[in-house]
Design a binder for this molecule. Structure first.
Ligand SMILES: [Zn+2]
Ligand SMILES: [Zn+2]
Length: 159
């Protein structure tokens, strides 16, 4: 509970910064005073929030707080929606990245590492067949061996 008001991490960081600055310089004084004020204001907001959480249950049915209660419920409802959107967007993002990686890998020559244009079946640099990346990845240990390798360089497994 006490941790909630603990801003020493940030404050300590700021104090660490100002210790490198000349202490009698007006710039340093402005900087230090501004930081202290911001820190105290932030702490004040957190204390109010803690009080609010504590008394919320007992006041949530009282008409004079109905606007706040409504606003809070709307906020929490929108948070749930936003959370769901975020989850979907992250999933979409990772699928997109995966597709891009797979496309890059399929177009990269297993023999000479040249990145070929889309729709190309043979490497335009060395003529090797593209899309055969798996043949050089060891089935036993996953090590990526250079082309034409007969035994895995990592574990000795026959490829
Ligand atoms: Zn090639
Ligand atoms: Zn291996």
């Amino acid at each position: 509970m006490a941790d909630m008001f603990n801003l020493n991490g940030f404050g300590g960081f700021m104090k660490g910064l100002t210790s490198f600055m000349p202490q009698d310089d007006p710039d340093t004084k402005v900087f230090t005073a501004t930081n202290e004020l911001n820190e105290l204001k932030q702490k004040e907001v957190e204390i109010y929030a803690a009080i609010g959480r504590k008394v919320y249950q007992s006041i949530s049915n009282q008409p004079e707080y109905s606007d706040f209660v409504y606003e809070l419920q709307q906020n929490q409802y929108r948070q749930e929606k936003a959370q769901e959107l975020l989850r979907l967007a992250e999933k979409e993002k990772s699928e997109k990245n995966k597709a891009m990686e797979e496309d890059l890998e399929a177009r990269t020559c297993p023999n000479c590492d040249t990145l070929n244009p889309e729709g190309v079946k043979f490497c335009q640099e060395c003529g090797a067949k593209l899309g055969q990346k798996n043949q050089y990845v060891c089935a036993k240990c996953g090590f990526k061996n250079p082309p034409q390798t007969r035994f895995c360089g990592e574990c000795g497994n026959k490829l």
